[in-house]
Design a protein around this ligand. Structure first.
Ligand SMILES: Cc1cc2nc3c(=O)[nH]c(=O)nc-3n(C[C@H](O)[C@H](O)[C@H](O)COP(=O)(O)OP(=O)(O)OC[C@H]3O[C@@H](n4cnc5c(N)ncnc54)[C@H](O)[C@@H]3O)c2cc1C
Ligand SMILES: NC(=O)c1ccc[n+]([C@@H]2O[C@H](COP(=O)([O-])OP(=O)(O)OC[C@H]3O[C@@H](n4cnc5c(N)ncnc54)[C@H](O)[C@@H]3O)[C@@H](O)[C@H]2O)c1
Length: 476
């Protein structure tokens, strides 16, 4: 029987980080992946294809808008095949980095098949070969959660696993779920020419975002598709010709919506079934694996990372967790994970940047002694020159100016807000961002100008302000 220092089950963002890191430090590593090629959700059915589709759709949208503005005529339907090819090309270009071949070259033994616990140290692959692992990392990710809606099991629907394989664009689409998956892809498909309706049962869309951020996104998206928050789907049925009818309830009114296709984007379900977890007594947190801050499960030599644990379901978080597991499982350290400085970006247009606490969370956790700094993007020259003034920056600090949360909505917010992560990570105050020179007219001036407000508050108001004014009067 083959024996390893570390067995990784699942070759996605989390598992590949662990495997590459551990083998680099000299550990004997096995990686088990059930799909033909590693890469997981992010490469095959998540981040990469969605961002490629968003980019293709944005190009078309911008061309249409420009044509209209300059009095040109743009006629005909867009060829969806081009967007499809862009998606496949992006995946193909990144695949070699995550390939079986690359990992074998690194020295990892890659097994193709379903991994399942036989006991605490033995993993069975496809119910056949058994391998031994001194330490085992579960990195099996998640899949689309399918809500219990009457009739859904009898109709065809798309999920993130099938939407990127579509060869033709449906004329109309209903999306169930107004989270990042539903809104990013709903907007992209709308821009490519599909009539999109997004239904969400929550009182507001993007429920994890700061309340002041969401209206900007909602207003922008409503120009391109129909948004129906606070709406329950009671029943789905198939109509002749493949169309679907949804029976929905909004504000007590029973309505019907019809579309050519249905896309389920109603959250994620961790891949914990078929792993034999109950067999070895792994503790669960609902559907997720319960992990300590060292990313160990209740069985100390078994670790878990990525979407399979209930933390931050993002690629960069799975990567960060993977690095911590390398330190803990290879070197026997007890490093602990922290999500305090982990941002996320939702790639709608306008983009949403999110770091740390929202105002509501800050008030609940820190109290009302917090400071809020806000800036509208129409106060920033570069957004004015480019004609993209819709959006805001909002930073929440404690009384001493330490950043508790930083949020923004606007063109490219995911890029120009990153300096807030650096500042927060290294314990800098918001005012430090104001001391750094930003090129003019960069988008990043938006955060600098927000930070300037700290000094305006300090220097021109209160006792310090009065003293300074008195000094200047005498000095003159
Ligand atoms: C449409 C969409 C867009 C997204 N966009 C972004 C984005 O822009 N940015 C971002 O940060 N995140 C994004 N995400 C989230 C991101 O894809 C996930 O958080 C990330 O992939 C999780 O990594 P993971 O390693 O936990 O799981 P995965 O990457 O899914 O990897 C799990 C792997 O385990 C394998 N596996 C499962 N069970 C077994 C088994 N029993 N035996 C062997 N192999 C098994 C699977 O085949 C898979 O390869 C997006 C998600 C979706 C759905
Ligand atoms: N840019 C990014 O980083 C990015 C992009 C896409 C996805 N992701 C990751 O993927 C995860 C999953 O995204 P998601 O959008 O699928 O999930 P989500 O949980 O964020 O949102 C799902 C939405 O579906 C709604 N919903 C659930 N059941 C419903 C029902 N029966 N009827 C109507 N609405 C219903 C919920 O109210 C919620 O608003 C995210 O948490 C995120 O971590 C990240």
């Amino acid at each position: 029987m083959k024996s390893y220092d570390i067995i990784v089950i699942g070759g996605g963002s989390g598992g590949l980080t662990v495997a590459a890191g551990a083998v680099g430090f000299g550990a004997k590593v096995a990686l088990i992946e059930k799909e033909r090629e590693p890469g997981g959700d992010c490469l095959h059915t998540g981040c990469v294809p969605s961002k490629a589709l968003i980019a293709a759709a944005k190009e078309l949208y911008t061309a249409r808008k420009a044509a209209q503005a300059y009095g040109l005529e743009l006629q005909g339907e867009a060829d969806y095949g081009e967007a499809f090819r862009r998606v496949q090309a992006a995946k193909a270009a990144i695949q070699p980095h995550d390939s079986t071949e690359r990992f074998r070259t690194l020295g990892v033994d890659v097994f193709y098949g379903y991994g399942q616990f036989r006991d605490f140290h033995h993993i069975e692959i496809n119910g056949d070969e058994v391998i031994f692992g001194k330490r085992i990392v579960i990195a099996t990710g998640s899949r689309a959660a399918i809500p219990p809606i009457e009739g859904l099991q009898d109709v065809d629907y798309l999920t993130n696993e099938s939407v990127f394989d579509m060869r033709a664009l449906p004329k109309s689409l209903v999306v169930i779920g107004g989270g990042p998956v539903g809104l990013e892809l709903g907007q992209a498909l709308a821009r490519l020419g599909c009539k999109v309706t997004v239904i969400d049962r929550g009182t507001r869309l993007l429920s994890k975002e700061d309340e002041e951020i969401v209206p900007y996104v909602q207003a922008a998206l409503e120009k391109e598709m129909s948004l129906m928050p606070h709406t329950a789907v009671h029943k789905v049925e198939a109509l002749p010709g493949g169309r679907k009818r949804l029976y929905i309830e909004q504000d007590g009114n029973m309505l019907q919506v019809e579309a050519d296709a249905l896309f389920i984007a109603a959250g994620r379900k961790p891949n914990t079934d078929r792993l034999g977890l109950s067999h070895i007594g792994i503790e669960m947190d609902g559907d997720h694996i319960a992990a300590k801050r060292t990313l160990q499960t209740n069985i100390p030599h078994i670790y878990a990372v990525g979407d399979v644990i209930k933390s931050f379901p993002y690629t960069h978080a799975a990567g960060m967790e993977g690095k911590i597991v390398v330190g803990n499982a290879v070197f026997g350290l007890k490093r602990k994970v922290s999500y305090d400085n982990v941002p996320w970006v939702t790639y709608t247009d306008p983009e949403i940047f999110h770091l740390g606490m929202t105002e509501k969370e800050a008030r609940e956790q820190v109290g009302d002694e917090i400071c809020i700094y806000k800036l509208s993007l129409d106060e920033v020259d570069r957004f004015i020159t480019d004609g993209h003034t819709e959006g805001i920056v909002k930073v929440i600090t404690d009384r001493k100016g330490r950043i508790l949360g930083a949020h923004a909505v606007g063109k490219g917010a995911g890029e120009w807000m990153q300096q807030a992560v650096l500042a927060k990570h290294y314990g800098h105050k918001l005012s430090d961002i104001s001391q750094v020179v930003h090129p003019y007219p960069a988008y990043s001036e938006a955060l600098m100008k927000t930070a300037n407000q700290y000094w305006q508050g300090k220097l021109f108001q209160g006792v310090t302000g009065r003293l300074l004014q008195a000094y200047v009067k005498r000095f003159r």
